[in-house]
Design a protein around this ligand. Structure first.
Ligand SMILES: *Cc1c(COP(=O)(O)O)cnc(C)c1O
Length: 363
């Protein structure tokens, strides 16, 4: 037992396990191929640099509090009402607003077995109780979620496509979940990877049909702006009105707002990144299947690669590291036998496939 001598924090705070991000450096190596955080290998739109340079001349001014220009762009590009959009410091902040506003001590918040490890952090930070529900063969199980709902359930987190699984549930299943929760709990549809899923609206239709759903999106993945921290949420006006009350008025800087708008409006760049990811994801998956590895079809920008057992996964990870390639170990997500590998560019994908072929004696 640790002895706490400082001021006592609120209940739940000391039960928070610190979030562990993807490793970004290897000791003794100047250059690594970082495939551990689902970043865009092509970076952000070239237009982002110009937008940031223009924003630099007004840094002595406070940014707008209403994010009107960015919300208008989000509205235009996605065909939605900008008044039902809220922007945050990454979608992480929007997720935090939801938990902070709608759950507290005595309340339960459901997340799934292999869901994003930030959810329990946010849930405990609000003093609420995380409830972990099993998935079925690495796919979210709507019936299992519904079976775990109690009178205390306030929020359900659904990552769709899932991280680190890359799997999705069909639209009808998401709708069934939203409908069953209506009047009982909020459904957070975390669509951090939705742009990578073929023909998917990222939860927008679900929000339009159900007042208890919020869809969250991010600039960190397909837009290549993880370092700048911008995300947004789309929900019914009533819910946005609640969330806006806890948002700091100047949560997004002038630079963030300008960069995000430029990235979003460069739809050609987004389409290039989407198409390249789809092609390389299919190529890499086939290459790994050919090596005898188990890899589900992914709808995101990474693959969950399953080895024979934990030892085999650790050995593969060590071989990748020895070659300067960083991928994500996902034991903490319930997959000790797997590695999550971000889909890189063509050169990166070939490097991973060749290295693993050599390591497995298949080269
Ligand atoms: C990457 C990711 C996010 C995005 O977080 P940001 O705060 O927007 O960078 C959200 N949810 C999941 C499941 C993710 O993997």
């Amino acid at each position: 037992m640790t002895t706490q001598t400082g001021p006592a924090p609120q209940p739940g705070i000391m039960e928070i396990d610190l979030y562990v991000g993807g490793q970004s450096a290897l000791p003794g190596r100047d250059e690594v191929l970082k495939l551990s955080s689902n970043e865009n290998p092509h970076g952000s739109s070239p237009r982002v640099k110009d937008a940031i340079e223009s924003a630099l001349s007004t840094l002595h001014r406070y940014p707008p509090t209403d994010h009107a220009a960015l919300r208008a762009a989000i509205g235009e590009v996605n065909g939605i009402d900008p008044d039902r959009v809220i922007c945050g410091v990454g979608s992480d902040e929007v997720l935090q607003f939801v938990v902070q506003c709608f759950a507290g001590p005595g309340d339960e918040v459901i997340h799934t077995e292999h869901g994003f490890s930030l959810y329990p952090v946010l849930i405990r930070a609000a003093g609420a109780t995380p409830v972990k529900v099993p998935e079925r063969d690495r796919v979210v199980d709507v019936d299992a979620i519904l079976g775990a709902v109690t009178d205390r359930t306030r929020i359900v987190f659904l990552t769709n496509p899932g991280n680190p699984t890359g799997t999705m549930i069909p639209g009808e299943e998401a709708a069934r979940l939203a409908r069953a929760l209506e009047g009982r709990a909020i459904l957070v549809h975390d669509g951090a990877y939705s742009e990578f899923a073929d023909g998917f609206d990222g939860g927008i239709g679900l929000v339009d049909a159900h007042p208890n759903v919020i869809a969250t999106r991010t600039f960190s993945k397909i837009h290549g702006l993880g370092g700048l921290r911008i995300g947004w949420g789309y929900a019914a006006r009533d819910m946005i009105d609640v969330l806006t009350r806890v948002r700091q008025p100047f949560n997004l800087s002038t630079v963030q707002l300008a960069a995000a708008e430029a990235a979003l409006r460069d739809t050609d760049w987004v389409e290039f990144c989407r198409a390249d990811n789809a092609a390389m994801r299919a190529w890499l998956r086939q290459a790994l299947l050919d090596l005898g590895l188990e890899v589900d079809e992914s709808h995101a920008n990474f693959l969950l690669v399953r080895f024979a057992d934990e030892q085999a996964a650790l050995a593969a990870d060590a071989a990748l590291r020895a070659d300067g390639i960083l991928v994500r170990r996902v034991a903490g997500y319930g997959f000790p036998e797997a590695l999550r590998i971000t889909v890189g560019d063509e050169v990166g994908c070939h490097r991973v496939a060749n290295l693993l072929a050599k390591h497995l004696g298949r080269a």
